[in-house]
Design a protein around this ligand. Sequence first.
Ligand SMILES: Cc1cc2nc3c(=O)[nH]c(=O)nc-3n(C[C@H](O)[C@H](O)[C@H](O)COP(=O)(O)O)c2cc1C
Ligand code: SF4
Length: 442
Amino acid sequence: MSARETYLLDRCKLEDSHTLAVYRANGGYKALEKVLKGGMGWAEVIEEVKASGLRGRGGAGFPTGLKWSFMPDPAKDPRTRYMAVNADESEPGTCKDRVLLREDPHGLVEGCLIAAYAMRLDAVYIYVRGEYRKPYDRVQAAIDEARAAGLVGANVMGTDFSCEIHMHKGAGAYICGEETGLMESLEGKRGHPRPKPPFPAGFGLWGQPTTVNNVESIFNVPFILDRGAQWFRSLGTEASPGNFLCGISGHVAKPGVYEVALGTPARQILDELAGGVWKGRQLKAWFPGGSSTGLLPASLIDTPMDHDSIKGIGSMFGTGAMIMLDETACTVRASQVLARFYDHESCGQCSQCREGTQWLHQIFRRIEEGRGTMADIDNLERLARGMAPGKTICALADAAAIPTLAALKHFRHELVEHVERGCCPFKKGGASAAPAAAEVHA
Ligand SMILES: Cc1cc2nc3c(=O)[nH]c(=O)nc-3n(C[C@H](O)[C@H](O)[C@H](O)COP(=O)(O)O)c2cc1C
Ligand code: SF4
């Protein structure tokens, strides 16, 4: 890959990158100082984030500055104000926030403080996936260090700005990553998403104005304030500026989390960073941004990784987590595994999702095991269209239905082959010439 500017992962490579000393020695808390002591008003901070064009990295790609501006004016609405940082990271394939939490936690703390100043928050909650024990401990230690240094709590840096940051551990439910499910969970209730409207800015945590942002979104903020919106816009594309963390997994030689500019072709990320498809095999299919974005055929691998380009091929940028399947993989099996996940994770409030995810799982399993019929294939489509888009309280139903429709669009022939042969052609001993399929089924 040609020379490219990086910033998100630069500090992560340093020894003891998680400590305040290393963070400060490498420009840490400079942006906060500029904001608090350089006379920047809260509105100016929001304008700078808006001008940068930063889009949320949690999945929907919503403009961060615009979201911040939805918070009501405290002069007219004196309620307590919160931000919840979404560190639940449970979307299959997504593993980028973990790196930031573990290796550069002060970057998140500084981002939270700047966001708190801009939105005039009273407190920030960081909701961390329960399995992320080390990342959780590192962020807690960073908050403690920052508090001891006068950066968190009352009168930050000796100014009249005060902000508390609290941590919360999730308990293993994917649905608690959905912003309103997350807030319910933070309030100590079941993670059942709330119908919207009202939106979190009007009625969020404990009914108070709240903004929910992803870890990587907030992590970008100090860089934008330090280097300026125009610098940020010099990276990425016009509609999707900046770099993003691309977690790439599946059948690749070097899976991992890489930093790339938005708009970089997916093939370039696969070949030049992830070492190409493993074992010298061919690419068969790929997910562009986590499991919810659906399987795409290899023929689309030259698509640039940015929101508009991926939308243009009928999918979503999502979390930018690319999952690669080689030529030996069975797309029906992959669909079945994911359908099982969504069936398990549905909270059950909406009938389309509760029943639909269960049926999708059952039908994919039947077809994969060679017991399916042609009517099953039609029923998959009927079911998925009844579930999405936007027919339920939250987007989990969409996340299950959209990959089903994508599988039907691009890989219907494989479903038909399963039904016609009465077995999975990719299983060891199956009729297909596909090599070493046992690895996929292990
Ligand atoms: C089922 C479901 C799970 C989600 N899980 C996450 C998650 O783990 N992390 C995350 O940041 N966003 C997740 N989201 C998206 C959040 O609802 C929300 O859009 C995001 O946290 C907003 O942050 P951003 O604007 O900074 O991207 C999920 C959404 C759905 C529907
Ligand atoms: S769509 Fe599914 S996960 Fe979301 S609220 Fe409805 S039942 Fe629960």
